[in-house]
Design a protein around this ligand. Sequence first.
Ligand code: ADP
Ligand code: MG
Length: 258
Amino acid sequence: MTYIISICSGKGGTAKTTSAINLGMALKELGKDITILDANLTAPNLGLNLGFSKIPITLNDVLKGRNHITEAVYVHSSGIKIVPGSIAIKDLSDIYPEALKAAFMDLKKNSELIIVDNAPGLGREVITSMKNSDEILIVANPDLASATDALRTVKLAQNLKVPVRGIVLTRVGSSKSELSMHEIETIIGKKVISIIPEDESLKVATRQKTSITNLYPKSKSALAYKKLAADILGKKFTEEAVKEKKVHKLFRFLGFRK
Ligand code: ADP
Ligand code: MG
């Protein structure tokens, strides 16, 4: 059965796209078939962040009824599949967010695990996307605006009866005046299940059209995304497991292992 995880936030710019890409790549490394869908119709940057600049068929074409979703799936060099949105303003007209539901259903036939990179806020496309997801991950930053907006997203999820797995607290350590994990949990009423530090290398990875898990696999932020991926799959995560994988790679390189 295909499983759909929606990545949501109240406030914009919290690191949803960054988390969708890095979590997606970490899940792929654990052997899952991953598709990331860009459901942020007004600011779609998933494709651009992964190096897809000229995209002939986008999610917008699917939502306009011009193409089938399978025609809007592109494969990144890492092996993850993405469904990008169109960056052209003209492609925003005649879009029916309700058509997202049909797109989800069709995509489910071709993927094991779908990650949805949502728009911020509580708009129509977010509601449609949430309603059709199996669970929600909230991405928040340790500041009051981000936490209170995240709370509204959690309330919406509760109204829609979609389970919230927890909070991915990102960009931690960027400011002396930031809220503590405990304060965030108290405001939002959900557990922080992952802490991603403020890490300039994430921007470097984006510039190189890849993930931090790929570029600097042993960095704190890469390990945090890998741990989150392992937790989601119910697998045990240890840094030894990462090291062991490197040893396997070396053995493979030397021809001792397939
Ligand atoms: P959203 O999709 O929620 O709008 P993005 O994923 O596009 O947010 O991230 C917004 C900005 O924050 C981007 O420039 C991204 O590179 C940066 N960013 C994300 N996570 C981190 C982090 N842990 N440390 C430093 N910068 C980050
Ligand atoms: Mg985004």
